[in-house]
Design a protein around this ligand. Structure first.
Ligand SMILES: C[S@@+](CC[C@H](N)C(=O)[O-])C[C@H]1O[C@@H](n2cnc3c(N)ncnc32)[C@H](O)[C@@H]1O
Length: 233
């Protein structure tokens, strides 16, 4: 658990490999289906991106990559078990999502090759958030769009208290039961608690050369959508 909270990449990768077979089921169950609506908002953020290929980073089982319309799409993740499930889920391979094994902090892509990058529930696991945003900037064209969907600790006290209760009574025990992984679903709330709020995340993005266009709470601040434009070189 400690290694995961230190965002050790090997420990994070091993945890996702372990929960991969039950990941989708648990996602929908533990968010009461809200994850589907949140991802739709993330995909819509790409409408602001210039023409060109987009990257779904930390694609996991590929739900975001497979929902992006009218674009050439790359889905990348550093967990091969998750990528294998994404590939299997693709019912229209002729649409041609390109799947790639890639670490977000050292992307195997040339500079300025994506018009947009989206990440759902991925940045919370990055070993270094600022370095991750800088690396994403490297592969974005000038004016390219970054959309981030992430879980945060709710700022409103009543919502935070309810969320803690939900995590303790539902997320951790149900996650343990369904995924057969004793601690992955204890990591989830702990990783949210130790992750910056969306305001801090917006500051980090600005410090890396992005203009923040949207920073908004979803579902009373349990999650947030952040959309930024890459202004860097
Ligand atoms: C919670 S899942 C989210 C998956 C998917 N985006 C979704 O919406 O369900 C987090 C994913 O991020 C990946 N991930 C975490 N850190 C990463 C990194 N540094 N580079 C690439 N992928 C990473 C994990 O392997 C995992 O598949």
């Amino acid at each position: 658990m400690d290694e995961r909270l230190a965002r050790d990449p090997a420990a994070i990768r091993a945890m996702f490999a372990e929960v991969a077979p039950r990941y989708d089921l648990l996602n929908h169950l533990l968010s009461l289906g809200q994850d589907v609506r949140w991802r739709r908002l993330l995909v819509a953020a790409l409408e602001q991106a210039p023409a060109g290929r987009v990257l779904d980073l930390a694609t996991g089982t590929g739900d975001v990559a497979l929902a992006i319309p009218r674009r050439a799409v790359t889905g990348a993740d550093f967990c091969l078990d998750m990528l294998a499930l994404a590939r299997r889920k693709e019912t229209r391979p002729e649409r041609g999502v390109t799947w790639a094994a890639a670490d977000a902090l050292a992307l195997p892509f040339p500079a300025r090759c994506f018009a947009g990058v989206v990440i759902a529930f991925g940045v919370r696991n990055f070993a270094d958030l600022g370095a991750g945003f800088a690396e994403i900037g490297r592969v974005l064209v000038a004016g390219g769009i970054l959309g981030v969907l992430e879980l945060h600790r709710p700022e409103r006290r009543a919502v935070a208290a309810m969320s803690r209760l939900w995590n303790r009574l539902v997320v951790t025990p149900v996650g343990r039961l369904v995924s057969h992984d004793g601690s992955a679903y204890a990591y989830l709330p702990a990783s949210v608690d130790t992750f910056p709020g969306r305001t801090r995340m917006a500051e980090l993005l600005r410090a890396q050369g992005y203009e923040v266009l949207v920073s908004r709470d979803l579902s009373c601040g349990i999650a947030a959508l952040t959309v930024a434009r890459w202004e860097g070189a």
